[in-house]
Design a protein around this ligand. Structure first.
Ligand SMILES: C[S@@+](CC[C@H](N)C(=O)[O-])C[C@H]1O[C@@H](n2cnc3c(N)ncnc32)[C@H](O)[C@@H]1O
Length: 306
């Protein structure tokens, strides 16, 4: 059964076409969310298939439980970065497909109490999961100026990172999303304010949830879990994530430098199925604006590390 229309899965048809190679296979959705992709996957899989749905957020797991009732689905609370310890040992190296649809869900963003949105007043939380100890409140109130500046610059690609970090430090203690918003608005005025707000909130969210570190671990873990010929499909929403995915598929590491063995063969676990990312169509973007920034990449697990 498809979930309610609240969360429309991004690039669903393309994702499933790339992901499914065996309708009786074992699959993992590392970012279960409301279960949109998983519901579509279950619809196309036959009897005997198994799907593991992982999410670190209790709310997401609760929502999926309300949306999908299917004995082939096993949901697991945890971080996909630790997929190899979350999945039962009997499926290691046997998965036909792994999906990662990264970032926060519409539910998380739209709930003011989670503190993800600068459009709503809320506490400085931004944790995607109660498994995380660090909150946005800790980051903005206890990190050094240099540390904050680097986070805003690296994770938000914000040019005014230095001035904004200075404002944050001067204004402490910050208690709400409105306090953080005010720091940005005092530095960036006019039509660029909204973009800077988005960049600053994104940067702090990435730091709180250690999103890039978890993505690195998740990609390596997913590659280990796949059987030869199995597929890894990743949908990312900003260039920092997409770069990691692209480099990992191309070279098996995150710098993108291609290492070769003694015989001149590339040393990498996955083979990218295409070089440029795929994007949602204008039609999809018009009904689901969230798909506007989506970039989809897919790779096949190689027989032996080649
Ligand atoms: C974009 S939503 C996924 C939506 C889902 N594909 C659907 O169609 O309903 C991302 C979900 O992944 C979860 N998530 C993000 N990073 C995660 C991680 N490192 N480990 C586990 N879950 C994660 C979030 O909590 C959120 O529920």
């Amino acid at each position: 059964m498809m979930p309610t229309s609240y969360h429309i899965p991004v690039m669903l048809r393309e994702t499933l076409e790339l992901l499914i190679t065996d309708t009786k296979g074992i699959y993992a959705d590392g970012t279960l969310g409301a279960g949109g992709h998983t519901a579509g996957l279950l619809e196309q899989l036959g009897e005997g298939a198994r799907v593991f749905g992982i999410d670190h957020d209790d709310e997401a797991l609760k929502e999926t439980a309300g949306n999908i009732s299917d004995s082939r689905l096993e949901t697991i609370k945890g971080n996909f970065g630790y997929m190899s310890t979350l999945l039962p040992p009997d499926v290691h190296g046997k998965l036909s497909g792994v999906l990662l649809d990264l970032g926060v869900s519409s539910h998380q963003i739209d709930d003011p109490a989670r503190g993800f949105s600068f459009r709503e007043s809320g506490p400085l939380d931004m944790r995607m999961s109660n498994l995380r100890a660090l909150s946005a409140h800790d980051v903005v109130n206890s990190y050094t100026y240099e540390n904050l500046r680097n986070i805003l610059f690296q994770y938000g690609e914000e040019r005014k990172s230095g001035l904004i970090a200075k404002k944050i430090v001067a204004r402490r203690p910050l208690e709400s999303t409105e306090d953080l918003k005010a720091c940005v608005e005092e530095v960036v005025r006019g039509p660029h304010t909204v973009k800077s707000l988005a960049r600053v909130f994104q940067a702090i969210r990435i730091e709180v949830n250690q999103e890039l570190e978890m993505l690195r671990k998740g990609l390596e873990s997913a590659a280990d879990m796949l059987r030869p010929g199995g597929r890894l499909v990743v949908i990312s929403y900003h260039s920092l994530e997409d770069r990691l995915v692209k480099n990992f598929f191309k070279s098996g590491n995150f710098s993108g430098k291609q290492d070769k063995d003694f015989y001149g063969n590339l040393v990498r676990p996955m083979d990218p199925m295409f070089t440029k990312p795929r994007y949602a169509t204008d039609k999809e973007i018009s009904v689901n604006p969230r798909s506007r920034s989506a970039r989809l990449r897919a790779a096949v697990k190689l027989e032996v590390e080649a």
